[in-house]
Write a protein that binds this ligand. Structure first.
Ligand code: SF4
Ligand code: SF4
Length: 267
């Protein structure tokens, strides 16, 4: 059988390399050695969560939060637009922190039999709402202080700055904990703590192209449930509206569902 091209993996590698290049270049540009076509753009300039964090301050005080640029709002707008169409595709196709958790998770799957089933449902189901608390809390504190307080615990920022003096201890601790936990749980940061994932997760309720299962052709093998990194029970739904879906397309893959066109992303 002809091997299919994994477009999602290609996209993940591309965005990981792009963010790494932008961060490195920003560092070099400060000593005058940066690449001319990128300029001195920083990670803050392309961070959509900066747009979320500054949005309320902009409405309330008419100012941007410290370090945040208008470009963050543009990024946020583009990503939200994609979210309204396809759900949180940014999480599964572009976010480098999501990608690295997924790659480490592949090692975890080989080593630990109970990978991604280790946390009891009663705890896991409650923990999944913590990210909404992180979202509300960080936006509230950021709006009142006009400082990016989330930076102090942000594993994403630490991932691309751990080697520089811009690294923050709290961020590095969060990064190490996230990467180690990824061996046991699929995307632990995304599932439990990511405030941007929380916001994007809400697009699952309004997205135009939805994950749909045809109950008439489904043979109830539950392969889609096993394939879902976010532990969503696709097999008992006609339409997936779960706030944790990251639009990864694992359940819609021909390699997973044995019955053609039974799980699809469509209007
Ligand atoms: S496997 Fe399907 S339901 Fe699960 S996160 Fe991916 S797209 Fe969403
Ligand atoms: S993998 Fe396909 S056939 Fe199996 S339960 Fe899911 S939708 Fe039904």
């Amino acid at each position: 059988m002809k091997k299919k091209i994994n477009y999602r993996l290609i996209s993940q590698i591309f965005f990981f390399a792009l963010v790494a290049l932008i961060t490195m270049n920003h560092y070099l540009a400060e000593s005058g050695d940066g690449l001319p076509f990128i300029g001195s753009m920083s990670l803050h300039a392309i961070c959509p969560y900066g747009g979320v964090a500054t949005f309320v301050a902009l409405l309330k005080y008419g100012v941007f939060v410290q370090k945040i640029h208008p470009s963050s709002l543009v990024m946020l707008g583009i990503i939200l637009f994609a979210g309204v169409l396809f759900g949180p595709v940014v999480c599964s196709y572009a976010c480098p922190l999501g990608s690295i958790q997924e790659w480490i998770g592949k090692i975890g799957k080989r080593v630990f039999k109970k990978h991604n089933k280790i946390i009891p449902y009663s705890i896991d189901s409650k923990l999944r709402y913590v990210r909404y608390f992180v979202l509300i809390f960080t936006v509230y504190v950021t709006t009142n202080s006009l400082k990016l307080m989330f930076l102090n615990i942000d594993p994403y920022y630490a991932l691309f700055n751990f080697w520089s003096e811009e690294a923050v201890v709290g961020g590095i601790v969060a990064l190490i904990a996230t990467l180690v936990l990824s061996l046991l749980v699929e995307r632990p940061w995304c599932k439990y703590f990511c405030p941007f994932g929380a916001l994007m997760g809400l697009t699952n309720f309004i997205r135009i192209f939805k994950i749909r299962r045809k109950s008439e052709t489904c043979i109830d093998c539950k392969a889609c449930d096993r394939a879902c990194p976010m532990n969503i029970k696709v097999s008992d739904k006609e339409v997936v509206r779960n706030h944790q879906c990251i639009s990864c397309g694992e359940c819609t893959s021909d390699a997973v569902c044995p019955v053609e066109d039974t799980v699809e992303m469509k209007m």
